[in-house]
Design a protein around this ligand. Structure first.
Ligand SMILES: Cc1ncc(COP(=O)(O)O)c(C=O)c1O
Length: 375
């Protein structure tokens, strides 16, 4: 049987990994500045993570959501402590798309309305409502196109107001910092404006923190810099450090009822063990502080690259924008220098999404390689 051929693959086969390094089947070492697409938060094969998951699987790997699972309660408490988001409620699922799917569904249940406002260049996942709110017609199938989504530009508050006049919008969904779209972030005035309009028109504000959350920017959630209180916060990627886990934090103003949302695997014992290890390690190793410090160092070093047009993003969610397509540069970084980086919708943008454990010496290795490639 062949694999359904949807991924263009680099010819590299990782077999082991440790912290910021990945090793292939020939024993070659790669510096991971991509984190498997912003997934690796506390570093590959972190001992606390391996221990927590191994111990859990040897006791109980899975049981359904029909029984008490104290690990879910512990995870909710730890999330409240570390994020400072008080009195939210936690619903667990398995991926980023599922988190947004549940967020949008809940917004529609809560308000009784059905239209969604999303933003140009957005990416919210590939399930039904999430992909309809994603600004990429290539991945929206006819079956998804029945969702009514209005796409607007960041900063277009007037456009948002106009779109609300019929009072049929249930949710505004926004990536606080866009990921694949190219690391754009709106102004605090815009986020606050959205928050006010949501209150005025009974609309659910969904902060998609799937890529920018879980400590990656140096704040636990990226929206916290803007001082807003979203109704729903969606999470995944760094939440499990590679274990498939996602979730939404739901504001206390939105009430639960039995059967409203549900999942077989979401919040299973192993997923909770993985995510608890991530939270404990972020705190113990002060990884949010490290993200901030290393990001500052990275930006300082970037100033010495004359070919650079701009450094975009913040924390350890960064993009280097050039005036030429970066596809060849990225390939050379991988095959000649053994450094993984990421691409974006903008062909001139090289993305940097390393584990939050990264150190200055790794950034030096990257800039040495970059200078060699650009000289
Ligand atoms: C901002 C954002 N939202 C949603 C998703 C979808 O997550 P998943 O691939 O886990 O379904 C992604 C994945 O890249 C993302 O970056």
């Amino acid at each position: 049987m062949s694999l359904f051929n949807v991924y263009p693959l680099f010819d590299i086969t990782p077999v082991t990994a440790n912290d910021v390094y990945v090793y292939d089947d020939k024993g070659a070492e790669y510096l991971d500045l991509y984190g498997g697409h912003a997934v690796i938060s506390i570093g590959h094969s972190h001992p606390a993570y391996v221990k927590n998951i191994s111990e859990q699987v040897s006791k109980l790997g899975f049981y359904s959501n029909a029984i008490q699972n104290p690990l879910q309660v512990e995870l909710a408490d730890q999330l409240e402590n570390i994020s400072g988001c008080k009195d939210y409620q936690l619903f667990l699922c398995n991926s980023g798309a599922e988190a947004n799917e549940n967020a949008l569904k809940l917004a529609s249940f809560h308000t009784g309305k059905q239209k969604v406002i999303a933003f140009k260049n957005s990416f919210h996942g590939r399930t039904s409502a999430a992909v309809a709110a994603t600004d990429n017609p290539k991945i929206v199938a006819p079956i998804n196109a029945q969702q009514e989504v209005i796409f607007l530009e960041f900063e277009d508050l007037e456009g948002v107001k106009k779109a609300l006049q019929n009072n049929d919008v249930c949710a505004i969904i926004i990536e606080t910092i866009q990921g694949i779209g190219g690391l754009d972030e709106a102004s605090t005035a815009f986020y606050k404006g959205l928050e006010n309009l949501c209150q005025q028109y009974n609309i659910v504000l969904i902060a998609d923190e799937i890529q920018c959350g879980f400590g990656r920017t140096g704040d636990f959630f990226a929206f916290q810099k803007h001082g807003i209180t979203p109704h729903i916060i969606s999470m995944a990627k760094g939440m499990g450090n590679g274990f498939p886990v996602g979730g939404i934090l739901i504001h206390p103003s939105i009430e639960a009822s039995y059967g409203l949302l549900g999942t077989t695997f979401g919040g299973n014992h192993l997923a909770c063990a993985a995510s608890l290890a991530v939270l404990k390690t972020i705190q113990k190793e002060q990884l949010m502080g490290n993200a901030q410090q290393i990001a500052e160092y990275f930006v300082e070093q970037a100033a010495s690259i004359p070919q650079l047009k701009a450094v975009k993003g913040r924390g350890l969610m960064l993009g280097l924008e050039f005036s030429f397509p970066i596809a060849d540069l990225r390939k050379n970084l991988i095959f000649k220098h053994h450094i993984f980086t990421g691409s974006a919708k903008n062909p001139n943008l090289l993305r940097i999404l390393p584990p939050l454990t990264i150190q200055k010496q790794h950034i030096d290795v990257f800039f040495d390689a970059l200078k060699k490639e650009l000289s």
